[in-house]
Design a protein around this ligand. Structure first.
Ligand code: IPE
Ligand code: IPE
Ligand code: MG
Length: 237
C-alpha cells in the first residue's frame, strides 16, 4: 500500500460488543473483553503501518445510562487493561492521550488514566487518543467556555475567533483531523463523536461487530480509504 494513501489519523467507533456476545450466548461483559483484544491488535497494526494518530471511542458521556453492572464492569476492565498494557505501549512508541471530561469519572479510574498517560522523553511513533467520558457536544461547550474566558480576560478580541482558534481549544488540539472514521456493527451514525473534527473525514461502515474487527478487517478499511477521491469541495484536476 502506498503511504500517500495511508490516513494520518484514523478514528474508530468500536461498536457491537454486546450484540456479538448475545449472538453467541455469551454475556455482554464477555463481548467487552473480546473487544479489548481487538483494540490491542488494531493499535499494533496501526503503529506498525506508520499511522500517526489513532482515536478510539471507548466510553461516551451517554454510556453512563447503561445498567450499573455493565458500567462498573467497563470501569474495572479499563483500570485493569491500562495497568497491564500502558507501559508496554509506551515502550513500543505509543503515546496515550485521553480525550473527554475528567469530571464525573471515578477517582480510581482517573488515577489509572494519569499513570497510563505519563509522557516519556522518547518521541512517539503514534499518538493513541482514548475517548473516555467523551461527548463531542460537551467538547465544543468546553471550547466555547475557554474562548469566552480568554475574551473576558482580554487575551483575545472577537476578530481572533476563527476555525484555527476553535480547533486549538478542543481536546485534540495540535493534531490533524481524522482522515478516516470507521464504525463497526452496522450502525451508521456518529453518536456524539468528534463532530467538529470529522468535517472532511471519509466514513467506513462495516457489519462486523467490534470483536470481529481484526487486522484483516482493518486493512480492508484502509484499502477502501485508499480508493476514495477526496475533493475538499474542489474539482478533480
Ligand atoms: C461498544 O459495544 C462498547 C461500548 C459502547 C462501551 P456496545 O456495548 O455498544 O455493543 P452493542 O452496540 O450493544 O452491541
Ligand atoms: C458509541 O456506541 C460509543 C462507543 C463506542 C464508546 P454506542 O453503542 O454507545 O452508540 P449508540 O447508542 O448505538 O448510538
Ligand atoms: Mg453499541
Amino acid at each position: 500500500m502506498q503511504t500517500d494513501f495511508l490516513p494520518r489519523h484514523v478514528a474508530i467507533i468500536m461498536d457491537g460488543n454486546g450484540r456479538w456476545a448475545k449472538a453467541r450466548g455469551m454475556s455482554r461483559a464477555q463481548g467487552h473483553l473480546e473487544g479489548v483484544k481487538r483494540v490491542e491488535e488494531i493499535i499494533k497494526v496501526a503503529r506498525d503501518m506508520g499511522i500517526g494518530f489513532l482515536t478510539v471511542y471507548a466510553f461516551s458521556t451517554e454510556n453512563w445510562s447503561r445498567p450499573h453492572d455493565e458500567v462498573s464492569m467497563i470501569m474495572r476492565t479499563f483500570i485493569l487493561v491500562l495497568g497491564q498494557k500502558a507501559k508496554e505501549l509506551r515502550e513500543n512508541g505509543v503515546r496515550i492521550n485521553f480525550i473527554g471530561r475528567r469530571q464525573g469519572v471515578p477517582q480510581e479510574v482517573l488515577k489509572a488514566m494519569d499513570e497510563a498517560a505519563i509522557v516519556t522523553k522518547e518521541p512517539a511513533a503514534m499518538t493513541l487518543n482514548i475517548a473516555f467520558n467523551y461527548g463531542a457536544r460537551g467538547e465544543i461547550v468546553d471550547a466555547i467556555k475557554s474562548i469566552a474566558c480568554q475574551l473576558n480576560e482580554g487575551k483575545i478580541k472577537d476578530d481572533d475567533i476563527d476555525e484555527k482558534l476553535i480547533s486549538s481549544c478542543l481536546y485534540t488540539k495540535g493534531q490533524p483531523d481524522p482522515d478516516l472514521l470507521i464504525r463497526t456493527s452496522g450502525e451508521e451514525r456518529i453518536s456524539n463523536f468528534l463532530l467538529w473534527q470529522l468535517s472532511y473525514a471519509e466514513f467506513y461502515f462495516t457489519d462486523k461487530c467490534w470483536p470481529e474487527f481484526n487486522k484483516e478487517q482493518f486493512l480492508k478499511a484502509l484499502d477502501s480509504y485508499a480508493q476514495r477521491e477526496r475533493r475538499w469541495g474542489g474539482v478533480k484536476v
